[in-house]
Design a protein around this ligand. Structure first.
Ligand SMILES: C[S@@+](CC[C@H](N)C(=O)[O-])C[C@H]1O[C@@H](n2cnc3c(N)ncnc32)[C@H](O)[C@@H]1O
Length: 253
């Protein structure tokens, strides 16, 4: 449904544009330019008014798992330049453009400044900073139905370092999700395939009814990126619950 037009449907554009190396341009830049010119999702983003091809990743994940519903309260971590926010604003009906449907909210944060997006509340923030959780909770002003993270540190070129960094970001996002999600809520986050994500998966499985690892069609085949989609948040343990209550129940039986 979201496969861009003008493609064979297998992520290949029908006409391949070749870029010649030019004086002063590095080979890596030439390759990047060629890939951009031949990427059907880049062309589609331009046509559809999205700020980047990343928009199709959340569109495709949402086509499958349906978490961006009218009325949903969404937190988008690492939201620059804003593609995911653009998609979320429309799908949760943040601008109230679909009469009769519930109105949702979109809160985005990123290290970088983001051009304003109507219907989204966006803040510049390092999500790994000590007070980040408290700040985002304050802006949110209550629970969220969806916490999604596309956060990624700039590539260091060292595979293991990049992997560890993205897992650290993902774990911070997950910890935040456990704190703010409404029961039944959804957590979506970018991870890189590479081993260390095992403990994260195990923790997610304790907190959510279903945990899936997905590579949406728009995610480049040559990237080790994938997404974890955790649905059916089980809710937070009641902080006022008497830890001895279980024992008392056992005794009573
Ligand atoms: C792939 S981009 C996100 C693209 C976005 N989903 C979109 O649709 O436009 C990854 C973003 O994560 C952000 N990021 C990385 N580390 C972060 C951190 N510690 N706190 C907040 N944002 C961070 C980067 O600044 C970058 O904008």
């Amino acid at each position: 449904m979201t496969t861009p037009k003008g493609t064979s449907g297998r992520g290949q554009r029908d006409l391949h544009v070749k870029v010649k190396t030019a004086r002063g341009r590095k080979l890596s830049s030439t390759r990047w330019l060629e890939r951009q010119l031949n990427d059907p999702y880049v062309a589609a983003a331009k046509r559809d008014g999205y700020r980047g091809r990343a928009a199709y990743k959340i569109l495709e994940l949402d086509e499958k798992y349906r978490f961006l519903v009218p009325g949903a309260r969404v937190v988008d971590l690492g939201c620059a330049p804003g593609g995911w926010c653009q998609v979320a604003v429309v799908r949760v009906n943040a601008l109230g453009e679909r009469p009769g449907k519930k109105i949702g909210t979109v809160l985005g944060v990123d290290l970088q400044e983001v051009e304003p997006i109507a219907g989204a509340d966006i803040h510049v923030l390092d999500f790994l900073a000590d007070d980040a959780d408290t700040l985002v909770k304050g802006w949110l002003g209550g629970r969220a139905d969806v916490v999604m993270s596309d956060m990624a540190a700039s590539a260091s070129g060292h595979k293991q370092t990049d992997h560890n960094r993205i897992i650290a970001l993902c774990e911070a996002a997950a910890e935040f999700a456990y704190d703010v999600l409404e029961e039944g809520g959804t957590f979506v986050a970018k991870v890189l395939a590479g081993g260390a994500e095992g403990s994260l998966q195990a923790t997610l499985k304790r907190h959510f009814r279903k945990v899936a690892n997905v590579k949406p069609p728009s995610s480049r085949a040559d990237s080790s990126e994938k997404f974890v989609v955790a649905t059916g948040f089980r809710g937070r343990p009641d902080p006022d619950a008497d830890p001895a209550a279980d024992e008392m129940d056992d005794d009573a039986s």
